[in-house]
Design a protein. Structure first.
Ligand SMILES: Cc1ncc(COP(=O)(O)O)c(C=O)c1O
Length: 379
């Protein structure tokens, strides 16, 4: 075991002012959704150039509600990358639609838009791409394709709040956009998510979808016309989210400095496949730093590599498993070999520690440990 402090692979920075702010909310008696939810939604809307935003208990809830806003259900197909987190296919299946997976690009890990075009059928209703840290999906091409084929787009922007495209924040344009405020994301509300929509009408339609399906009648009673979810964010969480959003630029600058250090240290050694290197003020944000291990040249499995880092007090993650090869994915007829790039990433990827509480010395420690383990395992 290492005598050095344990390095988590992800995590938030919560300051004392935020903790004091939470205590105030707790003392106020207004615990569930209230003024802080409104404040958080107003701040997020300003961040998205005035587009309406509604917060929910998670990005997963936001994706489910987005699918419901688009009236996507049984008989419909939704195209999504096989290289992503479980959220999107889970929610597609939950609303009764069929997930149609496509492969991704090895360098950027983003959805292959050529493969999306080829996968469109008369039943296709939407595309749900996941934006990758450091490499946004080509938004010009994505939205042009969606317009041409008359499809809805739900951007899974869970990992990229703060990334910019042609100088504009992700969320400020497009169709529907979802963010996550899980503690591993660029900002947190502990658990939480947001859905950016196109109009006040769409925003109003979210209200019953996130709160039991309830509508309020003029006689001060309530009605339910469909079974809505229970996805309203408590004020305690929204209070944290407001404080975190204000610090987003600072958090992203810190993450970028750490990423620059990773690239500096990995430039010569060891031989991992790195993400595309950032280029000046390119507008990208860095929620994760994931490398591919040269497993064919090592006497070492990925599990053994991760265990060796863990023994040195360094946490890692896997982002992500191949979705089409999950038990759920296979239910839709997918099998090994369908998406070679996704499957290679799923075999070889390791996410190294990256979060704003780390120091450059911590990154140096990670890089030295990675180099040591890989050198010792060379065939
Ligand atoms: C790419 C991606 N999308 C969506 C989610 C879901 O976020 P949440 O935990 O807020 O539901 C995650 C969570 O890790 C994710 O990595």
């Amino acid at each position: 075991m290492s005598a050095l402090p344990y390095l988590k692979f992800a995590g938030p920075v919560l300051d004392e002012a935020t903790i004091a702010g939470v205590a105030e909310v707790l003392r106020s008696g207004q615990l569930t959704s209230g003024p802080w939810v409104q404040e958080f939604e107003t701040a997020l809307s300003a961040f998205c150039e005035g587009r309406p935003v509604r917060v929910l208990t998670s990005a997963t809830a936001a994706v489910e509600v987005a699918l419901q806003l688009c009236a996507i259900g049984p008989g419909d197909e939704v195209i999504t990358p096989a290289q992503s987190f479980f959220t999107v296919p889970n929610m597609i299946v939950k609303v009764g639609a069929t997930p149609v997976f496509v492969d991704c690009d090895l360098a950027t890990r983003n959805i292959d838009l050529g493969a999306v075009d080829a996968a469109i059928t008369p039943r296709t209703r939407a595309i749900i791409p996941t934006h990758w840290p450091g490499s946004l999906v080509d938004m010009d091409a994505l939205h042009a394709l969606a317009r041409r084929r008359q499809l809805r787009v739900i951007e899974d922007a869970a990992l990229v709040i703060g990334s910019r495209w042609h100088g504009r924040n992700v969320g400020a344009f497009g169709d529907l956009v979802t963010f996550s405020f899980h503690p591993n994301k660029n900002i947190t509300s502990i658990e939480g998510g947001a859905l950016v929509v196109n109009s006040a009408d769409e925003a109003n339609r979210i209200e019953p979808l996130r709160f039991h399906g309830i509508t309020y009648l003029s006689d001060r009673t309530r009605d339910v016309a469909f079974p809505g979810g229970k996805f309203n964010l408590p004020d305690v969480n929204a209070r944290i989210g407001v404080a975190q959003l204000a610090r987003l630029p600072e958090f992203l600058a810190r993450r970028r400095a750490l990423v620059d250090r990773y690239f500096e240290r990995f430039a010569t050694h060891p031989a991992c496949v790195l993400p595309p290197r950032p280029d000046g003020d390119d507008g990208q944000s860095w929620n994760m730093f994931s490398v591919l291990l040269p497993l064919e040249r090592l006497n070492l499995s990925r599990k053994a590599f991760r265990d060796a880092l863990e023994e040195r007090g360094i946490g890692t993650g896997v982002s992500y498993e191949a979705l089409h090869l999950s038990t759920l994915g296979r239910r839709f007829g997918y099998q090994d070999g369908d998406f070679p790039v996704t499957e290679r990433i799923a075999r070889e990827t390791v996410t190294l520690p990256l979060h704003p509480a780390l120091t450059v010395a911590d990154v140096d420690r990670v890089c030295a440990a990675v180099a040591e383990i890989i050198t010792a395992a060379r065939k």
